[in-house]
Design a protein around this ligand. Structure first.
Ligand code: FDA
Ligand code: NAP
Length: 449
């Protein structure tokens, strides 16, 4: 293949977490539907229904927040909100189909639990990705998306993507009529805090923890009052019976994640329209009333587990689990193996310094941010007064009218599509909407020709 002739796809996905896995399945089922309806003309339908696609993932194999696969962590959504069911309840890619294939369907039902462990859901995702493996390139980091060299947007119906291999070597170049960016959340550290071998973000927790000798960890601290912080605090308390575990929490105590039925409606597919087509006032109300379904909150069961451990300590006259409440981390200094942490404590913001052997910052994430990937292409993407991407309902960035390629986002659209943007709740339906949009735009282009 010469330099000027590259692989060309209808869709290239960047990042292969659950969102783009769900899209790969939606495209696969679109093709299979065509075959099923094609009868004797199956071949013609095959061509019509084949949306060529390739998905790039920088990890060497599939992995969904592997560093947080803690033994007893459970899913925060029902198993029915899997990769496909809400779009196609008869899909062979459903969690129920996975259970059947694994010979565990009766046992799962006997367990009477809507919320599988994260470990089991990970097995499900691995099973599903293996069935679309011919469309995934692992160990492949997309480094840029550009217009074709010398092209003006109105004349080009393709974008060019550069991809580096696992060793960081540039080399592969592909072209795409549509890109779907799904690169995930971006870890956020407290200001003045750099990561190192003893200061970790929760997103790298298990990897960094396993590099340590547990005997060396006698004083550890976990920062934050969200689900990640509570799960890691519980894990460290159980794993390190000789250690003191300090929970640095900005609130007075952990707050519960509201997953009661009425509040849960915020994650229904229909809520996306209510948010997208709502007014600024309705959108503001969504956040004001329902932020506590997801952010800085913890599942009831984990809160009770932690309180029980703390109370048992009290009965035994030990204080292994220490809660530093109304406290924020403001900086960290490294002195050899000592990690000196600056804290702002209580209503008067009293400054304190404490030393730990390791500090885990479970301080959350920022939304997906594709600006760097888009580079110069970004100037064709329109933004609102607050500097955020303007988005079409079908998750396409609003671009200059002459741009003919589609740039879709899975993630990073909380400001336009609401709370499900960074979550799993709506991925089956969202992927179906993106697939439909790509198919419909292709058909419109064919009509124009
Ligand atoms: P995700 O982050 O999963 O995947 C993005 C992928 O893109 C990664 O694999 C990354 O390696 C890859 N990538 C990034 N840049 C790239 C590049 N330039 N080139 C190639 N590849 C690139 N939500 C929910 O609804 N229910 C739940 O139970 C949970 N549980 C949960 C647990 C934990 C520990 C966290 C941190 C978060 C959750 N979430 C959640 C929210 C979470 O955002 C969601 O579950 C999914 O991970 C979203 O899937 P995505 O595919 O969009 O991103
Ligand atoms: P999060 O909910 O955003 O919580 C971050 C916490 O860090 C907040 O309490 C925040 O307090 C605190 N914080 C930030 N800076 C701080 C500082 N300098 N000092 C002290 N505290 C600070 O993040 P998360 O817990 O990682 O959760 C992110 C997403 O992952 C959520 O969707 C969650 O449901 C999901 N998750 C799911 C599972 C699971 O499925 N089992 C496990 C983990 C996470 P303020 O709010 O005051 O800033």
């Amino acid at each position: 293949m010469s330099d000027r002739e590259h692989e060309i796809y209808d869709v290239v996905g960047i990042g292969f977490g659950p969102s783009n896995l769900s899209l790969a399945i939606a495209l696969e089922e679109y093709r299979d539907n065509g075959r099923a309806n094609g009868g004797e003309n199956g071949r013609a339908h095959d061509q019509e229904n084949e949306i060529s696609s390739l998905f790039f993932e920088r990890q060497p194999t599939f992995g969904w927040h592997r560093n947080m696969l803690l033994p007893s962590a459970t899913m925060q959504i029902s198993f029915l909100k899997d990769l496909a069911t809400f779009r196609n309840p008869t899909s062979s890619f459903s969690f129920v189909a996975f259970l059947h294939a694994s010979g565990r369907l009766p046992q799962f039902v006997n367990n009477q639990d809507f919320f599988p462990t994260r470990q089991e859901f990970h097995q499900y995702l691995e099973w599903a990705q293996a069935r679309v493996a011919d469309r995934i390139a692992y160990g492949s980091d997309v480094t840029s998306i550009r217009l074709l060299p010398g092209a003006v947007p109105e004349l080009s119906d393709r974008l060019r993507l550069e991809v580096a291999d696992a060793a960081g070597r540039a080399g592969r170049v592909v072209e795409a009529r549509n890109v779907v960016v799904s690169t995930g959340l971006v870890p956020s550290m407290p200001e003045g805090t750099e990561r190192d071998e003893r200061v970790w973000h929760s997103s790298e927790f298990l990897e960094k923890y396993r590099r340590m000798n547990p005997a060396e960890l006698r004083r550890v601290a976990v920062v934050g009052a969200g689900q990640s912080a509570a799960e890691i605090t519980r894990f460290l308390y159980d794993e390190l019976p000789h250690a003191q575990v300090s929970a640095v929490i900005p609130s007075y105590g952990y707050s519960v994640a509201d997953d009661t039925p009425f509040a849960n409606q915020i994650f229904d597919p229909g809520a996306v329209d209510d948010y997208y087509f709502g007014t600024d006032q309705t959108r503001e109300a969504f956040w004001r009333y329902h932020r506590n379904t997801n952010y800085s909150v913890v599942d009831d069961e984990v809160i009770r587990d932690l309180y029980r451990r703390s109370y048992d300590d009290e009965v035994r006259g030990v204080e292994r689990l220490q809660f530093l409440n109304l406290t924020r981390v403001t900086g960290v200094k490294r002195a050899g193996v000592e990690t000196r942490v600056s804290l702002q404590v209580g209503p008067d913001a009293e400054v304190r310094e404490l030393e730990f052997d390791a500090l885990v910052c479970a301080t959350g994430y920022n939304g997906m941010e594709p600006t760097a990937l888009l580079g110069d292409l970004d100037r064709h993407c329109l933004r609102d007064e607050a500097g955020r991407y303007r988005m079409e309902r079908d998750y396409r960035i609003v671009t200059d009218p002459e741009m003919r390629c589609g740039i879709y986002l899975q993630g990073g659209t909380e400001h336009t599509h609401g709370l499900t943007s960074s979550l799993l709740s709506n991925i089956a339906v969202r992927s179906g909407e993106i697939a439909d949009s790509i198919v419909a735009r292709r058909a419109r282009k064919a009509d124009v020709r």
